[in-house]
Structure formats: structure tokens, C-alpha cells
Write a protein that binds this ligand. Structure first.
Ligand SMILES: [Zn+2]
Length: 88
């Protein structure tokens, strides 16, 4: 039994080369940095520091994880600050 026989994996890639990738936002890292995945071939992209779209390599995944943590702690602090200034 060939378990790959039911998977026409060449078709999504062919579709993308004909019609272009169909990227969906899969993760919002910061206000400016997002991660995208093609709905057809599952290719992943991310926004780099220059605002350009680049391939999401494991290295950039790592960077995005760090960015996300920094961004989350910043917005958390901002919320506390706003709360504090509304009290005093
Ligand atoms: Zn694609």
C-alpha cells in the first residue's frame, strides 16, 4: 500500500505558480509584524524589520517569538499605566 497515493501534493504548488500564493494571516506578532501561511501550499512568510515579506525560517520564528513576548509585556505595562493614571 502506498500511503502517498491519495495525496496530490503537486497540485497546490502548481496552483500557486499559476495564480500566486493565497496568504492568510496566521499570527499577529506585533502591530507591524505578522506571520502568513499560504492556504494552498502552506508556505509561510513573515514581515521583517524593513516591512518586507520574507520566508518564515526557524530563525525568524524564534525572533518573532521573542518579539511577541516583548510586545505583550509592553502592552501589558501600557494597560497598567493607563489604569494607574485614571485612578490618580
Ligand atoms: Zn502557495
Amino acid at each position: 500500500m502506498n500511503k502517498n497515493s491519495n495525496k496530490p501534493t503537486f497540485i497546490p504548488k502548481m496552483y500557486c505558480s499559476l495564480f500566486g500564493h493565497d496568504y492568510l494571516v496566521t499570527k499577529k506578532v506585533t502591530y507591524h509584524v505578522k506571520e502568513y501561511t499560504c492556504s494552498h501550499c502552506k508556505k509561510q512568510l513573515t514581515t521583517n524589520s524593513n516591512g518586507q515579506l520574507i520566508e518564515l525560517t526557524p530563525k525568524f520564528k524564534e525572533i518573532n517569538d521573542i518579539l511577541e513576548r516583548i510586545h505583550a509585556s509592553r502592552t501589558e505595562r501600557l494597560k497598567k499605566k493607563t489604569l494607574a493614571s485614571s485612578i490618580y
